[in-house]
Design a protein around this ligand. Structure first.
Ligand SMILES: Nc1ncnc2c1ncn2[C@@H]1O[C@H](COP(=O)(O)OP(=O)(O)OP(=O)(O)O)[C@@H](O)[C@H]1O
Ligand SMILES: [Mg+2]
Length: 326
């Protein structure tokens, strides 16, 4: 299947030919399919923002290519312009880039630049504001009178209003509290599902990418050492640790259980998966699982109710944490 967006041997060198020369991307092959939800993860300075700014032509390759629908985005000026509407980019801390007098005008900026007529711009502004949960009354306010979370939603609405086929978000939850983060991630998921758009989420958080994305692309020192579904990538736990990334806490707990001889799968990274794996282990062999997990028990395993997890598992807690998690 042809990728919707792809880089081939993409290299980016900042300040080439000066004493500050720095190669931030080194021959990177990256691709994303239409309708795919993928996450780009990497520690600070690994090259994530540099990579995604190439996807809509904000940066020009030092060498290599960026293709959209199979054609080079730098082929000619009109193609580059067209790609900028099709690949929507929400910057890191996008709220700092709000500049219009009203929220309405800010959201309308992108669709207006696309040359859409007034009625269509109006429809898109209202639809995308609704989409990110902004009340109609907010539209006439100044963006500077809003809370941090609301500002971020205005910035996302401004990109969604262009109805991009690829929506790229650079750390969209950075600096937000857990409920603000959950709302933004819900909006992104809904956009993905309703528009069948390709989502590229840049994140530092292993927990976040494990919950949200179908595929992970790891970036380290300007190269891509691994990509694949979360369970495949998290199987490289030691290498990820060495890159300063680590794996989700749940994956670490299960690796420890396995090292203790408990028969649980290696690909656990979310709370629902953990619950399933533990219940399966208890059903399979209550004695082995119970001894592995709890040491000596007074109660005979035969007396245990394996359909309900024991209280010391903390599953009560786990299921309330899980609210809002897919
Ligand atoms: N405009 C620039 N000029 C020179 N070097 C730059 C520039 N922008 C980024 N770099 C360098 O390129 C490398 C990659 O930076 P980039 O911003 O892509 O990393 P990142 O993975 O997005 O980091 P973070 O998680 O902190 O946002 C870093 O070493 C950075 O210092
Ligand atoms: Mg960055």
């Amino acid at each position: 299947m042809q990728a919707i967006i792809e880089t081939r041997q993409l290299t980016h060198t900042y300040s080439q030919g000066t004493p500050f020369e720095h190669t931030a991307l080194d021959r990177v092959d990256f691709s994303a399919q239409a309708g795919e939800y993928l996450a780009v993860i990497g520690r600070t300075g690994s090259g994530k923002s540099t990579l995604i700014q190439h996807l809509n032509g904000l940066l020009k390759p030092t060498s290599g290519q960026v293709l959209f629908d199979g054609a080079d985005i730098w082929e000619d000026k009109s193609r580059t312009r067209q790609v900028r509407c099709q690949v929507g980019l929400v910057f890191q801390y996008p709220e700092y880039q709000l500049f219009e007098e009203t929220v309405y005008q800010d959201i309308a900026f992108g669709p207006k630049n696309m040359g859409l007529d007034g009625d269509e711009v109006d429809r898109r502004v209202k639809q995308s504001a609704r989409f990110v949960g902004l009340e109609p009354g907010v539209l006439e306010k100044s963006p500077f009178d809003l809370s941090g979370g609301q500002k971020r939603r205005v910035a996302i609405a401004g990109v969604i209003a262009m109805e991009p086929r690829v929506l790229v978000l650079d750390e969209p939850t950075a600096g937000l509290d857990p409920s603000g983060s959950a709302r933004i991630l819900d909006n992104i998921r809904t956009y993905h599902q309703e528009k069948n758009a390709c989502i590229i989420l840049v994140s530092h958080s292993m927990e976040e990418v494990a919950r949200e994305a179908e595929r992970l692309v790891v970036i380290h020192k300007g190269a891509v050492p691994f990509s694949g579904p979360p369970e495949e990538v998290f199987a490289h736990g030691d290498e990820l640790e060495a890159m300063g990334l680590g794996v989700p806490a749940m994956t670490r707990v299960f690796a420890r259980l396995r090292s203790m001889g408990v028969d649980v799968p290696p690909s656990v990274y979310t709370i629902p998966q953990a619950r399933e794996a533990i219940l399966a282990a208890l059903h399979r062999g209550p004695r082995k699982a119970a001894l592995g997990l709890y040491g000596e028990r007074k109660k005979e395993p035969a007396d245990m109710d394996v359909s309900a997890p024991p209280a010391e598992f903390g599953m009560e807690q786990a299921s309330s944490d899980e609210k809002g998690v897919r």
